[in-house]
Ligand binder design. Structure first.
Ligand code: BT5
Length: 245
């Protein structure tokens, strides 16, 4: 196969040339008892984003879902989205480009005058009362430009061959190291890779729009924003970096 990863443990790898969604497959495997498995596909026909959005998944991109059963409470699931984003920035940086994270789940390719989305993370999980039953971190990385405003691809930016196998290997290695760390140290790595901190932001949350300055991220992955009159912790939402005039 194109992506015969030759990975050592800790992950079992299941490769598909084309699949509907690696996250859908991760759920199916989880329900049949699997764990520590990575589903990798070369293309998806029904790639998913958050909130029933879709993820354009043409052939040649990277589409992976990492299935694991962390021994942590369900409330800590957002940490894995952060870890997935950090691991993605590490893998992108290995190619020589600069990547930064836009809270909560976007990875941006950054150069002097632009920030474009090259990757997105979608974490899905099944919780029990006190612990996570299973969790799947889905990561989609564009290699070619998907033709969406504000998005780009690695290959397009690098103008060179990106060895997919090495890229996925770096991604999984980094994720594996992160998932074993304490939440504070995952957050520390996230802060180092963040594009959002210090920015003037506009965040659409389920409870309304918040505009202010993003000052920190706190457990288990909330964005702390200072508005004109208060400091709020946002647990979910879509964030836009505002440019000052
Ligand atoms: C995400 O959602 O960014 C999470 C994407 C996760 C995809 C991976 S691929 C492997 C695994 N299996 C799956 O089925 N999914 C995961 P969100 O933040 O909701 O962003 C989705 C929005 O980004 C869409 O509504 C589009 O506007 C835009 N978009 C769609 N495809 C894109 C692409 N390839 N590149 C950049 N932006 C895209």
């Amino acid at each position: 196969t194109a992506l015969a990863l030759g990975l050592d443990a800790p992950f079992e790898v299941e490769y598909h040339e084309t699949i509907d969604s690696t996250n859908r497959r991760a759920r199916e495997l989880a329900e049949s008892g699997a764990t520590d498995t990575v589903i990798v596909a070369d293309a998806q026909t029904a790639g998913r984003g958050r909130l029933d959005r879709s993820w354009e998944s043409p052939p040649g991109g990277v589409y992976v879902s990492i299935l694991c059963r962390p021994d942590r409470p369900p409330a800590e699931a957002p940490l894995y989205t952060l870890a997935g984003a950090v691991a993605t920035t590490h893998a992108v940086r290995e190619t020589g480009l600069d990547a930064r994270i836009k809270w909560p789940n976007d990875v941006l390719l950054v150069d002097d005058d632009s920030e474009n989305k090259i990757a997105g993370i979608l974490t899905e999980m099944q919780g029990e009362t006190d612990r996570i039953a299973w969790l799947a971190v889905g990561i989609g990385v564009n290699m070619d430009d998907p033709g969406i405003e504000g998005a780009t691809g690695l290959r397009a930016a690098l103008d060179d061959h990106v060895p997919l196998r090495t890229f996925v290997h770096h991604l999984l290695e980094s994720f594996d190291a992160l998932r074993k760390q304490e939440s504070e140290s995952i957050l520390a790595r996230w802060r180092e890779a963040a594009a959002t901190l210090g920015q003037h932001v506009r965040v659409e949350t389920p409870d309304g729009v918040v505009v202010g300055r993003a000052v920190d991220v706190e457990p288990p992955g909330a964005l702390v924003v200072e508005t004109d009159d208060e400091t709020v912790s946002l647990h979910a939402g879509d964030c836009e970096h505002l440019r000052c005039a």
